[in-house]
Design a protein around this ligand. Sequence first.
Ligand SMILES: [Zn+2]
Length: 234
Amino acid sequence: MLIEEKRGVEEAYASATTTSDMRVVIDSERQGDAETIIAAGMSRSAAGACFMRLHGEWSRSEKPRLPTAEAIKKLADSLTFDQLAKMRIDLGLASIGNLRPSHVVAQMAAEAQAKAWYVAEVEMLLGKMKSFGSAKKYLVEHLGSWSSHPEALRKQMSVETLIWWLDKQCKVCSGTKWEVAPGSNRQNGKQCKGCRGTGEAKVPRADIGRMLANYLDDCVQIARTDIKKRLHRT
Ligand SMILES: [Zn+2]
């Protein structure tokens, strides 16, 4: 499918799910929003339609921004010994638990704090999205069909993969693929170490994350094809 066509289908679907007057569109002669909704409902992959809706909601929302390197450094510099000790416990920073307080430890703690803040903000935002609950349910169920992980862990893995899928950009280089010289805004000509120059963040949870990501893409592909077929059948 051409990119233009893809966009057309997604826009039709996004507008269909936000329309307020169904009667008008049912009466209208053009391919109406109501028909688009019916088409999506009849889709071979209701899951795919749900993931598309979630992606639409995500694109239209005001997203939290990961704190800048500068802000993280500022936080690291300002940390007192007591704050650092508390952060180690709160953030579960086992890897730096036995290290003596130092600039490096403070920087690691500040980075972990920034990441935890960002994830909490993203989860809060997702919680407000209408399609998030169903999207998570589809993923958890799919994961349960081939994984024996306990449900709480399956939920965690599903949410992490959903967050990655919605926003794949590398958070280290902001998708630019290049490293920025410390203390400046300039690229230093080296590939970003966070993404090895791909501009894309690593899928969480290794193989499981990859399989969930494939499932997300497959479902969306099926839903998209079905919706497009029905849009063209007039
Ligand atoms: Zn990167």
